[in-house]
Design a protein around this ligand. Structure first.
Ligand code: NAD
Ligand code: SER
Length: 321
């Protein structure tokens, strides 16, 4: 039975919320948050342990596993697509060498479980764009995508070669209101809500009809926890589960916002991230996740928009943003 979980990269967009969700299940003391910088929020630091941990340092991870008697790792430390295109070698180093450190330690220490997110960035321009299957062409054109494909292959290798329980899911763009995203192509879908509340307008770095798969954070947490807790014996796949919620263009997202803020205005000024977005699918077939571990999302675009605007407006009223 899993008792102690180490979360790497826990100060990021997903980690900052996943750590709290894991702590409500396992207890604060049993979920060790960690990040390369000593930058965790007050909430994270006051509800359980936090360790400054660079995943490129094998010995440091080793020591923290021993110190806390860790038996499972949720490995979130990564460089995302837009930052990765600006610094491909950094993306390669963190996403590949950090991952192999975690997998090797899982093997050496006989850890019970490792969860490693992949991304829709594993797909590329030659992948079918609509209802993209789980098993399909994986020829990404970004360094981030290359590391995600290699990561999925490495994770599956550790499953088949060493019998380690490694699981992974391909997140779509994640939309949330607690921690800002860390430099991806789908970041517009968070910024648009903040700017709508703060200034009533937003200039989007993707063109109006760029259709991408997205998911609201409560569904991202649910997908992650559901896969983490799924019965291993029922999994036919391991590291590459497609998961989907809804697909949206900047134009449709702006229309959704206008339902609640009719005065909202959007303009478009595509930059280098447009080419990244154009290489990714429009929509995702997540039937394997539905069949093997019962995946089902709760939020659609409008229910997410209502919640995002409510939470961000409250933060704005309190002077927090
Ligand atoms: P993020 O960029 O918000 O957070 C990543 C964290 O990793 C940051 O806090 C950063 O400080 C940390 N980090 C970077 N280098 C490190 C190192 N060497 N050692 C330790 N920590 C380091 O990312 P996120 O959005 O929380 O993503 C988490 C995982 O989910 C990643 O694997 C990412 O590829 C994947 N994912 C995210 C999205 C999304 O939309 N957020 C979509 C698809 C996949
Ligand atoms: N949201 C991520 C990015 O844009 C997708 O993996 O990089």
């Amino acid at each position: 039975m899993i008792k102690k979980i180490l979360v790497t990269g826990s100060s990021g967009q997903i980690g900052s919320e996943l750590v709290m969700a894991l702590r409500t299940i396992y207890g604060g003391e049993n979920v060790i948050a960690s990040d390369k910088c000593d930058n965790a929020s007050k909430k994270i630091k006051s509800s359980g342990p936090f360790e400054k941990l660079d995943v490129l340092n094998y010995n440091e991870i080793d020591q923290i596993i021993d110190k806390h008697q860790v038996d499972a790792i949720v490995h979130l430390a990564a460089i995302l697509s837009a930052v990765g295109e600006k610094n491909p070698m950094l993306a390669w180093n963190v996403n590949i060498n950090g991952l192999i450190n975690v997998l090797e330690l899982a093997r050496e220490k006989k850890l019970l479980r490792v969860l490693i997110p992949s991304s829709i960035a594993a797909f590329g321009p030659t992948t079918p764009v609509e209802n993209t299957p789980q098993k399909t062409i994986l020829k990404p054109t970004t360094m981030y995508g290359v590391t995600k494909v290699a990561g999925e292959l490495l994770a599956d290798y550790y499953v088949s070669k060493y019998g380690i329980d490694v699981r992974g899911l391909r997140y779509p763009g994640i939309i949330s209101n607690e921690t800002m995203p860390g430099g991806g192509t789908t970041d517009y879908a968070v910024a648009i809500y903040y700017e709508a509340v703060k200034s009533g307008k937003y200039e989007c770095f993707l063109s109006e009809n760029t259709n991408l798969p997205m998911m609201y954070m409560p569904d991202c947490l649910k997908a992650t926890l559901d896969l983490f807790h799924a019965d291993y014996t029922k999994l036919k796949n391991h590291s590459d589960f497609n998961v989907a919620a809804f697909s949206v263009t900047p134009k449709l997202m702006a229309e959704s916002i206008k339902k609640y803020m009719p005065e909202f205005e959007i303009t478009y000024k595509p930059d280098f991230r447009q080419a990244i977005a154009d290489s990714w699918p429009n929509s995702i077939d997540d039937s394997c996740a539905r069949a093997e571990w019962g995946w089902q999302p709760a939020f659609d675009l409008d229910s997410m928009t209502q919640d995002m605007l409510k939470v961000i407006s409250e933060k704005h009223k309190q002077g927090l943003i």
